[in-house]
Design a protein around this ligand. Structure first.
Ligand code: SF4
Ligand code: SF4
Length: 313
């Protein structure tokens, strides 16, 4: 009998499987931190995605899991992080809280912290594989969810380790002991740190009807983040509203993600997280039976929709 999904267990397992930490600092750093910290960090992420053999869905063709990423930065004292706490619940951590819990011996103020976020867009081949399906998950999508996320774990730890070694202590919020699932009065199941909200704060995108983050490279992606004691100029947020890039909220039209969702988990009222989780568990059963893979992945709401690969408004 297959174990039900548990995001924290999955992240932990992924972290163990990763190989970050063995790479030399200079191999990926084409710009030094003191010259231009934003360019340096961006190059760390972009070059790692471009060059790491771990960026693979591990199929016979050894196809890449991710295209060139987006990278954004938010200040640790940005009031948006307090607003997340107010909206989601008191358990939702600010950058200072997550940093202090992990490295209590390093004195820091909120303004000295930067939240580094990235978006890893799915490749066209992976999106096309799921786009043509209606109910059952595609093998490439499942592989990207499994092995692509393992790479994302490696990337998180690589960025944090490289920054720390360069004199900028850094933590990976989703790998800290304080990362867990809680019950939000307003939103139901919610985690103590949200990669998508961090990316939203870092100017990378806004939320769609199905809760996915619509970015300049679309909504078919996964996000990652690191909190570090380093001064980096914040990436401007070119939006006022957290739904600005979704056609449904902007024009009242679209709603394609409702049609694509095989579980009816997206309605005009938004995203039903419990129904979505049930469907994701069902994909795990399918992946084991049909692909021999111990993973899961749905993502119909991210493909075959106007926001799949771009901002549609
Ligand atoms: S498919 Fe349409 S309604 Fe759904 S998130 Fe994308 S733009 Fe919004
Ligand atoms: S991930 Fe799947 S079940 Fe969840 S909202 Fe998207 S299409 Fe529906």
């Amino acid at each position: 009998m297959k174990t039900k999904l548990d995001r924290r267990q999955f992240l932990k397992a992924s972290a163990l499987a990763g190989v970050a930490g063995n790479m030399s600092l200079n191999l990926f750093a084409s710009t030094r931190p003191e010259q231009d910290p934003a360019a340096w960090i961006r190059s760390l992420v972009v070059e790692r995605v471009a060059n790491s053999p771990s960026n693979s869905i591990r199929n016979a063709e050894n196809e890449k899991a991710w295209d060139e990423p987006l990278v954004g930065f938010a200040r640790g004292d940005d009031p948006i992080f307090e607003s997340f706490k107010e909206h989601v619940g008191p358990f939702h951590l600010t950058p200072l809280e997550v940093f202090n819990k992990e490295v209590p011996d390093v004195a820091v103020t909120p303004g000295e912290l930067t939240v580094i976020s990235w978006v890893l867009p799915h490749t066209e081949a992976i999106k096309a594989d799921l786009r043509r399906r209606k109910n059952e998950p595609s093998q490439k999508w499942i592989r990207a969810r499994m092995y692509g996320e393992e790479f994302n774990e490696e990337l998180r730890r690589f960025v944090a380790k490289t920054l720390t070694e360069a004199g900028h202590p850094a933590v990976v919020p989703v790998l800290t002991k304080s990362y867990k699932m809680e019950q939000s009065q307003r939103y139901g199941i919610a985690s103590t740190w949200s990669e998508r909200h961090a990316a939203y704060a870092g100017g990378l995108g806004t939320f769609g009807l199905c809760d996915g983050l619509i970015t300049a490279k679309g909504k078919a992606h996964r996000c990652g983040s690191v909190v570090a004691r380093i001064a980096v100029p914040a990436t401007p947020r070119p939006y006022q509203d957290h739904h600005a890039y979704c056609l449904f909220y902007a024009t009242g039209g679209c709603g394609m993600c409702m049609n694509r969702c095989p579980a009816g988990a997206v309605t005009k009222e938004g995203h039903d997280k419990a129904a979505c989780l049930k469907q994701c568990n069902a994909t795990a059963e399918y992946a084991a039976k049909h692909y021999g893979l111990d993973g899961y992945g749905c993502g119909f709401c991210q493909t075959g929709v106007p926001c799949e690969s771009r901002i549609p408004v």
